[in-house]
Design a protein around this ligand. Structure first.
Ligand code: CTP
Ligand code: C5P
Length: 333
């Protein structure tokens, strides 16, 4: 017939606990190996059996993976050892995983079945980012925070330019190639209603996702402005942000609701910014708005133009809450 050959369906599975741009990058590579990406996510019970309880619930983990732009379908309840039955049940041709070895609690390679059936392909793991690494940064953040002011470890006394506390931990090497791969490369169409939001978007989470989904529905093209590390640090304090600007750019670009990112957006939304991007509406979520230098409202200009809207994401998650969860789980790491 004239109809296109059947879609190549690619299966990826994992815990996807604390989803980061490394996970997104593996799903991007999986998408390039076929037409559709189907992600199998382990339940909380299954993860607890093999490596201890996850930080995020299965509902949160499913939502985060569904928000990644290369994902077509999500299936909760994937077995820890990938079986041929699970591939067949989901009409998947083969399974894709990063080039690291994963084992069950008993020390069995979780991909041995699909490997021997020749239904396994490997992609390059993203170097410099992992859950362990992010957890390490969070614990370091609180430790330095608690020791601040003590003679033993006074972060204020260090040369902040030479050894920035908020970017010094990252092992990830950002490249323009990676940004190009993550970006959708589409400009707005004439007449499109353009929505602008700005923030830190540190440790990109379900609260951000719900907020961006609602923001994207206010128009046709969503632009996200990301503040630089020193700007975020100036209003968040401590050692925030946990992820540096480059990492935050990739996390936000991987989100399916986002069309464009401004790398290092000014804290205040200016006339110039509104004109440059032809912005029709500016919004902010349910979190408090920090004033610049404790006095100016960053949204004063869009408010005067009556193009400012508050959005209720309906989600209580914050970056600080994630750090709290990690600390209460720290014994398990
Ligand atoms: N992955 C990747 N690059 C990373 C981290 C994960 O490519 N830096 C891939 C894994 O190889 C796997 C998929 O993401 O194919 C999801 O698996 P998951 O079990 O969630 O990943 P972990 O290896 O546990 O991720 P992390 O080490 O960050 O916890
Ligand atoms: O705190 P941050 O700058 O990362 O927030 C970015 C945007 O996401 C802000 O507009 C904030 O109000 C919104 N947000 C939200 N609901 C959450 C967390 C963040 O609406 N749970």
């Amino acid at each position: 017939g004239h109809s296109k050959e059947k879609d190549v369906r690619v299966w990826c599975d994992g815990c996807y606990d604390m989803v980061h741009f490394g996970h997104a990058n593996s799903l991007r590579q999986a998408k390039a190996l076929g037409d559709k990406v189907i992600v199998g996510i382990h339940t909380d019970e299954e993860i607890t059996k093999h490596k201890g309880p996850p930080v995020f619930t299965e509902e949160e983990r499913v939502k985060m993976v569904k928000g990644i732009k290369w994902v077509d379908e999500v299936v909760l309840g994937a077995p820890y050892v990938t079986t041929l039955e699970v591939l067949d049940q989901n009409n998947c041709d083969f399974c894709v995983h990063g080039d690291d070895i994963t084992m069950t609690a008993e020390g069995v390679d979780t991909y041995h079945l699909v490997k021997s059936a020749n239904r396994y392909k490997e992609v390059r793991r993203t170097a410099g980012v992992s859950t362990t690494d992010l957890v390490g940064r969070m614990l370091l953040l609180t430790r330095n925070h608690f020791r601040q002011g003590s003679a033993e470890y006074d972060i204020e006394k260090e040369d902040s330019a030479a050894k920035s506390p908020w970017t010094g931990c990252s092992q990830f090497l950002p490249t323009t190639q990676k940004i190009i791969q993550f970006s959708d490369g589409k400009s707005p169409n004439p007449g499109d209603k353009i929505v602008y939001v700005a923030g830190a978007f540190d440790l990109f989470h379900v609260g951000h996702l719900d907020f961006l989904e609602k923001a994207s529905k206010l128009g046709d093209y969503l632009i996200v402005g990301l503040h630089t590390d020193p700007v975020v640090n100036s209003y968040k304090g401590s050692n925030y942000p946990i992820m540096n600007l480059h990492e935050r750019v990739l996390s936000v670009l991987a989100c399916k609701f986002v069309n464009e990112v401004v790398i290092g957006a000014p804290y205040c939304v200016t006339e110039e910014l509104l004109e440059h991007f032809k912005i029709d509406v500016v919004c902010h979520g349910r979190t408090p708005i920090a004033l610049e230098n404790g006095k100016s409202d960053p949204y004063a200009v869009p408010k005067t133009r009556a193009i400012f809207e508050l959005i209720d994401s309906g989600n209580e998650m914050t970056t600080e809450r994630i750090v709290e969860r990690i600390i209460s789980h720290r014994l398990e790491y």
